[in-house]
Design a protein around this ligand. Sequence first.
Ligand code: FRU
Length: 499
Amino acid sequence: STNVDPFRPVYHHTPLYGWMNDANGLVYKDGEYHLFYQYNPYGSMWGNMHWGHSVSQDLIHWEPFPIALERDTLGQIFSGSSVVDKDNTAGFGPGAIIAFYTSASDKNGQIQCMAYSTDNARTFTKYEKNPILTPFDGLKDFRDPKVFWYEPQKKWVMIVSADKEMRFYSSTNLKDWTYMSAFGAGYGAQPNQFECPDMVELPVDGDENNKKWALLVNINPGCLFGGSATEYFIGDFDGNKFTCDTKPEVAKWLDWGKDHYATVCFSNTGDRVIAVPWMSNWQYANIVPTSQFRSANALPRELSMFTEGNEIYVAANPVKEVENIRQEAQQLPDFEVKDTYAIDTLLADNQGAYEMCFTLQPNAADISGFKLKNSKGEEVNIYLDQKAGKVVMDRTQSGIVEFGGQSTMHQKETENLAAKNAINYIDNFALATWAPTKKSSNHQFRIFVDKCSVELFVDGGKIAMTNLVFPNEPYNSVEFYNDKGSSTIKDMHIYELKL
Ligand code: FRU
């Protein structure tokens, strides 16, 4: 099977065949994580949207289930969320799983609908009085309902992406919804299409007495490097209205790569906030070089909040469950890097699915980093640039890169890059992504490689960076390097990962 689809990930969720985009309706109940997803069962490009369905007990091993929601006369089934209706507020039965989605058609536009399951998501029944919510102003882009329970006022809240803002509604029975407020006009990276909202409450720096809300806003386009990306806003929610802590022009990014989109979180997971990104970008998602399927999800990530300076940020770390699939381990003694230091063989039987962690001490070096390489001369170059204050992942030489096409630049950052190179366009795929980082005597690196992806987590998830790569052979060696002095690599571990 590896010959058929050499880029099929080993430990990331993918559909068996066909097309997948956004994760939908993420919900946990009775020991099962339900991952629904935007699904075209008839081909490996976007179209004919259904909700596909996979189930896991540990967020890592996924079992394919039958399609949960098929498109119908109201339209395609677009993105949305699910809740567990413990107290039977909707009257479909205590503990019913209720899914909220957008029906999309030329005729009816984008309208919000619901479906319920009383057998733990084995089967769903669409509510006979759908739709439950239509836009009050005839808005064309009005979709991706996120529903959650707001305990202080004992009511349900629904957030719907509405063009370039998010609209908030409330309900006590999940069927009748009242408009409360809107947030987002002029906020963050603008002007871009808002999609797939989520909002979660988290303790700041682990302090249960100091909680804040993070409103996740997926935007397309708007990514610093082109295409789609996930930004978030930190603030307060009083049950009616979200108030942002920062000025409108502040945009915070949940991930600094190019392939992290439509990220939303599981409901009903108690104190854990677990997000699942779709690991692609609308710029080229339909044409990536896989054949039987398109798109995987990035590793599920646990979100937390931390303070830096006067600002609160969201950290994203791979869920701890991924440690259960560590197989062969390679542990290296600490070493010094003078110019270069090569580890020629990453794992005896390298299938291109592994995890690497280490501490990097740049010492006097301005640039210190490492290249994941294969014997075909392809590489992913990840480095710390202390002078520029950046962590960079460069995939320009990573393998198959030509398919992505080019775009004219529209973001400030890429304009700077353009000026430097005297061009006014940028390759959509063949590029480097970067995140700002503070000067520090050491940085923690954790890298997950799985056939066609590299996920980088720096300093306990303060930086997450997710990028697709399509090497013609797995990267099976790593070369550390620096520009001057000697840097130090400590606590280096390499694990094969296998289900
Ligand atoms: C985000 C999105 C959603 C929409 C879905 C359609 O990637 O555009 O806004 O519901 O995909 O497949």
